[in-house]
Design a protein around this ligand. Structure first.
Ligand code: ADE
Length: 265
């Protein structure tokens, strides 16, 4: 069985393919798990998957529908617009996911009313050996299933997207890039700069002499102390302008504070 699959409707077969305990295992339950799968197959997450740094399994809700028409949603009790995902396919898909994980998994529902995803939460989730991400669709999910199965609810921000699949892809990407070995050295520096709670400094790509002409000269001068100071000041400036709230908790040196006090913002 290939490890990355949009659906696996046979819980027993899935249990046999349960991932080894030490490799983080991520599953997704959704109406359109292939959306998450496609996002996971490219770039950093795709490379990490190929190298066996994590495992992925999608579960398509339709595979767990109990009628011939493969119905997964029903009209809301009490009336109103839209459709609600029914509990039976959700329960069966959750059982299949649990089996694939070898019995235990943290079930995380993606919804705009969840805990806001930030780098701190991503870091915490990246330490979980087993996570199952459930993407909502339509007007919502049956509350009985939420009460029974969901361990936590996560939102990727205060806006509404059409379904949780893209939200799951965002959360999984942020998590996987933190797994040891997922990023090359050059990429990991970028993560550190956000973990250090300042926004990033601007970057310029070296091309040829003519193309480099309007790059800030300090970056071409080879003095690394000066380059580091220039970058730090640009990061401080950008953070002060765009996200002054981050400065409250950032670790700042005396030189940083002196620089900030001189900024006329
Ligand atoms: N589904 C729809 N909007 C969402 C959001 N902002 N975060 C997580 N899941 C969602």
């Amino acid at each position: 069985m290939s490890e990355i699959r949009a659906s696996d409707s046979d819980p027993l077969a899935a249990a046999e393919a349960a991932p080894a305990a030490h490799i983080p295992a991520v599953s997704v339950i959704a109406a359109f798990p292939e959306l998450v799968e496609q996002a996971c197959r490219v770039g950093v997450t795709g490379r990490a998957l190929e190298r066996g740094l994590w495992r992925f399994q999608g579960f398509s809700l339709r595979d767990f529908a109990t009628d011939a028409r493969k119905t997964i949603d029903g009209r809301p009790a009490g009336g109103g617009p839209g459709m609600v995902l029914m509990p039976a396919p959700l329960r069966a898909a959750t059982a299949a996911a649990r089996a694939w994980h070898g019995g235990q998994t943290k079930v995380i529902l993606l919804s705009p009313d969840g805990e806001r995803l930030d780098q701190k939460l991503v870091e915490k989730l990246a330490t979980e050996p087993h996570t199952t991400w459930v993407a909502g669709r339509y007007e919502g999910l049956d509350q009985r299933w939420i009460d029974e199965c969901v361990d936590m609810t996560v939102s990727i921000g205060d806006y509404v997207i059409s379904g949780g699949e893209l939200a799951a892809a965002v959360a999984i990407d942020a998590m996987v890039r933190l797994l040891p070995g997922a990023l090359g050295d050059s990429e990991s520096a970028v993560t550190e700069s956000f973990s250090g709670q300042l926004l990033d400094w601007p970057q310029y790509a070296l091309t040829n002499a003519a193309g480099n002409a309007d790059i800030p000269p300090v970056l071409l001068g080879g003095n690394h102390a000066l380059i580091n100071r220039w970058r730090r000041e640009r990061a401080l400036e950008k953070t002060a302008l765009r996200r002054p709230d981050l400065l409250q908790s950032a670790q700042l040196s005396k030189a940083d504070r002196d620089y900030l006090s001189k900024l006329a913002l």
